[in-house]
Write a protein that binds this ligand. Structure first.
Ligand code: HEM
Length: 184
C-alpha cells in the first residue's frame, strides 16, 4: 500500500461515487437520444458502469470495515462513521438490486425500464449521501489524516522573511547585495 494511504478505502470509494452517477447519465442520454445511432452504445455504457459501480461499492464496504477498525477517531468521529456506514449499506443494497434489474432488462435494445431508472436514481442519491458523510469523516473529524497543518511554523517562517525585507530600507543596514537579504 502506498505510504500516503491510511488503508485501501480512499482508493476505491471514488469509483463507487462516480460510476453510479455515470450510469444515470448514460441511461438518460440513451433515452433522450433513443432515435440516434448512439443510443445502443450509451445503454451498454450505462450497464457496464452500473456493474462496475456495484463492485466498487461492495469493495468500499469491505475496505470500510478495515478503515473503521484501524483508524484513530474520537467520539464525534465514531458517531459520524456509524451514520456513514448505515448509508453505505443502503447504497450497496440498492445498487445490487439495480444491477440485478439491469440483468433482467438486458434484452432491451435502448434505455432502461422505468423501475430500473428509479433504482439507479435512488442509488445515485444514496451514494451522494454516503460520500458526504465519508468526506466528513476525513475533513471534519480528521480520520485517516497523517498530520495537521502547523500555522505557528508558517508564522515563524513569514516573520523571518519579513525581517529580511526590512533590512533593505534600514539605512543602518550595510547596503550589500540585495539578493543576499532574501536568502534564508
Ligand atoms: C458504498 C460504500 C461506501 C462509500 C461510497 C464510501 C465513501 C467514502 C468517502 C468518499 C470517504 C472520504 C474519503 C476521502 O475523502 O478520500 C470515506 C471515508 C471513510 N469511510 Fe467510507 N464509504 C463506503 C463504505 C464505508 C463503510 C461500510 C465503512 C465502515 C464500516 C466506511 C468507513 C470509512 C472511514 C473510517 C473513512 C475515513 C477515511 C479512512 O479511514 O479511510 N466506509 N468513505
Amino acid at each position: 500500500m502506498p505510504e500516503i494511504l491510511p488503508n485501501w478505502h480512499p482508493a476505491v470509494v471514488h469509483f463507487a461515487v462516480a460510476l453510479p452517477l455515470l450510469t444515470f447519465l448514460f441511461f438518460i442520454a440513451a433515452s433522450v437520444r433513443h432515435r440516434t445511432g448512439w443510443a445502443p452504445a450509451l445503454t451498454t455504457a450505462a450497464r457496464w458502469s452500473l456493474c462496475l459501480g456495484t463492485v466498487a461499492a461492495l469493495a468500499a464496504v469491505l475496505t470500510g470495515q478495515g478503515a473503521m477498525t484501524t483508524s484513530t477517531m474520537d467520539l464525534a468521529g465514531h458517531e459520524n462513521v456509524h451514520i456513514h456506514l448505515t448509508w453505505a449499506y443502503r447504497t450497496a443494497a440498492v445498487l445490487a438490486v439495480a444491477s440485478l434489474g439491469a440483468w433482467l432488462d438486458r434484452k432491451r435494445a435502448v434505455g432502461a425500464h422505468p423501475l430500473l431508472l428509479l433504482c439507479v436514481a435512488g442509488g445515485m442519491g444514496l451514494v451522494a449521501i454516503t460520500g458526504w458523510y465519508g468526506a466528513e469523516n476525513v475533513y471534519r473529524h480528521g480520520i485517516g489524516v497523517q498530520r495537521l497543518p502547523d500555522p505557528a511554523a508558517l508564522d515563524d517562517h513569514q516573520g523571518h522573511a519579513h525581517h529580511h525585507h526590512h533590512d533593505h530600507d534600514d539605512p543602518a543596514s550595510p547596503n550589500g547585495d540585495p539578493e543576499a537579504d532574501h536568502r534564508h
